[in-house]
Write a protein that binds this ligand. Structure first.
Ligand SMILES: [Cu+2]
Length: 255
C-alpha cells in the first residue's frame, strides 16, 4: 500500500482508517505521477526547443493529440478515485450510522479552550439543555429539572472514555466559536459549530489513550486545546460507569 516506506501515515486505530489511508495514498501516487510527468515534459521542451537548435520560431505549434489523451487518462483516474474510493467511504461513514443502542453515544461540547463530554447514563436519554440555564455553576446549560438528565454523566474536562468493540457516535457542538475535533489515529475530524449538533461515528480498534487536538484556529490558546480520548476494555468501561452511577452524576475521573 505505502510505496514510500518511511513517509507513511501514523498507524490507523479505527475500522474505517485503512480506507482513508488508501485514498490518501492513491491521491498522492497520482499527484506524484503528474509531478514527475510534467517535470519530464518541461525538461524535454527546454532541451528540444532551445535557441541554438531553433533559430526561427515555429508558428504551427504541436499537432499531436497526445496531450488530450493524457488529460483524458488523468481525468479517468480521478473519476475512479472519486467513485471507487471517496464516494463509498462517505456513503458508509457519513450516511449510514449504526443504531444508537449498539453504540457508545457521547455529546461533546467544545469551548475556548476545552472539551466537555456527557453520557446519557443508564436510561440512554440525555437531559435537556438550553442556553438560558447557562451560568458559571452550570457551564453546559443543563436543565436540572429534567428527570432524563438525573443519571447523565459528565466526564472530567478534556477527557472521554469508550469501550472497545463498539461503534462510537459523537454529537458535536460549540459554546462560542468554531472548533474542530481531531483524533489522528482514528482518522476523524469534525467541526464543532455553535447552534448545531453534528453527529459523527467511528469504531476504535485498540485500547489506548489518544490525543485530541482542536483543528480549527479558535483563539489565543488554540494550541492548548487538547484532550485525551480513552479506549478501554468493555469490563473497565462498565466498572467506570457503575462507579459513576453510584455517586449520581457529576464529574467522574477516569484515572
Ligand atoms: Cu478550539
Amino acid at each position: 500500500m505505502n510505496l514510500f516506506g518511511f513517509l507513511g501515515l501514523p498507524v490507523s486505530m479505527s475500522v474505517h482508517g485503512p480506507q482513508v489511508d488508501k485514498l490518501v495514498y492513491y491521491v498522492h501516487y497520482l499527484m506524484f505521477a503528474l509531478f514527475a510527468g510534467w517535470l519530464a515534459y518541461f525538461l524535454y521542451t527546454v532541451f528540444k526547443f532551445r535557441k541554438s537548435a531553433n533559430p526561427k520560431a515555429c508558428y504551427t505549434g504541436a499537432k499531436s493529440h497526445a496531450s488530450s489523451y493524457i488529460e483524458l487518462a488523468v481525468a479517468s483516474i480521478e473519476i475512479a478515485l472519486l467513485v471507487g474510493f471517496a464516494v463509498p467511504l462517505w456513503g458508509g461513514l457519513v450516511d449510514k450510522f449504526p443504531a444508537e443502542k449498539d453504540a457508545t453515544v457521547l455529546r461533546i461540547t467544545a469551548e475556548q479552550f476545552a472539551w466537555n463530554t456527557r453520557y446519557s447514563g443508564k436510561d440512554g436519554i440525555f437531559g435537556k439543555q438550553d442556553v438560558k440555564f447557562l451560568s458559571t455553576s452550570n457551564p453546559l446549560g443543563l436543565d436540572n429539572s429534567d428527570p432524563a438528565g438525573k443519571d447523565d454523566i459528565t466526564a472530567p474536562l478534556n477527557e472521554m472514555i469508550v469501550p472497545l468493540g463498539k461503534p462510537v457516535i459523537t454529537y458535536f457542538t460549540s459554546k462560542d466559536v468554531i472548533h474542530s475535533f481531531k483524533v489522528v489515529p482514528f482518522r476523524i475530524t469534525q467541526d464543532c459549530i455553535p447552534g448545531l449538533s453534528i453527529p459523527l461515528w467511528f469504531e476504535p480498534t485498540k485500547v489506548g489513550d489518544y490525543l485530541i487536538n482542536c483543528a480549527q484556529l479558535c483563539g489565543n490558546s488554540h494550541y492548548f486545546m487538547k484532550g485525551v480520548f480513552k479506549v478501554v476494555t468493555p469490563e473497565d468501561y462498565e466498572k467506570y460507569m457503575a462507579e459513576k452511577s453510584k455517586s449520581g452524576g457529576g464529574a467522574v475521573s477516569f484515572e
